[in-house]
Design a protein around this ligand. Structure first.
Ligand SMILES: Cc1cc2nc3c(=O)[nH]c(=O)nc-3n(C[C@H](O)[C@H](O)[C@H](O)COP(=O)(O)O)c2cc1C
Length: 177
């Protein structure tokens, strides 16, 4: 039986989607059969042996569609190999990466049944000019950590591809049913 992989993502402004696309492409280069879908379009996980779930952190939380996906598919996900990633840090400051990892760990702790085979944080992308409401208002508040910070894109494509390649080597072949 073939190991079929679902790469599911949530994304507000497209940067997590692009990371998910790169991960899906890298897994395919490693001879895996991969479907790439936004989480809200995933109806069933029946055909998959592996799920890779990725989404950005917003206001200290993992995107709510990613959390909803875990809750909705809890029973099936317990039988799959699951890998998760979050986007967040907008600079290369070590402190910011530690905070993002702590936020992500806290979010994942809400799903104690989940035992991912890989957990990763990737740098994010931010463009204050492209924000919609209410993010525009949030960022305009002087108390916001994102107040007046410049546009940035700290996604490290080499690290993203390396993570996906390593993941491909970690996957156990699906067992015949
Ligand atoms: C309003 C707002 C709040 C954010 N909150 C967090 C946060 O709490 N922690 C974090 O690490 N990154 C935070 N970020 C950074 C995003 O995770 C980053 O911009 C990500 O690349 C956005 O992904 P998307 O383009 O797929 O929506 C925030 C960004 C915005 C605009």
């Amino acid at each position: 039986m073939q190991t079929k992989v679902l790469v599911a993502y949530a994304s507000k402004y497209g940067s997590a989607q692009e990371v998910a696309e790169e991960i899906a492409a890298t897994l395919r280069e490693n001879d895996l059969v991969v479907d790439l879908k936004p989480v809200r379009e995933v109806r069933t996980l029946e055909e998959y042996a592996v799920a890779v779930l990725g989404a950005p952190l917003y206001m200290l939380h993992w995107h709510k569609e990613a959390r909803g996906f875990l809750s909705r598919h809890h029973e099936v996900l317990m039988k799959l190999q699951v890998a998760v990633f979050a986007l967040g840090p907008l600079s290369n400051r070590e402190e910011e990466w530690k905070e993002a990892r702590a936020q992500f760990d806290k979010e994942l702790a809400k799903f104690p049944w989940l035992t991912p085979i890989a957990i990763e944080i990737f740098g994010g992308k931010f463009d204050p000019k492209k924000l919609h409401l209410p993010d525009k208002i949030i960022v305009s508040l002087p108390a916001s950590p994102l107040h007046e910070i410049p546009a940035s894109d700290v996604r490290n494509w080499t690290a993203i591809r390396a993570w996906a390649s390593k993941l491909a080597t970690q996957l156990q072949p699906a067992l015949p049913q």
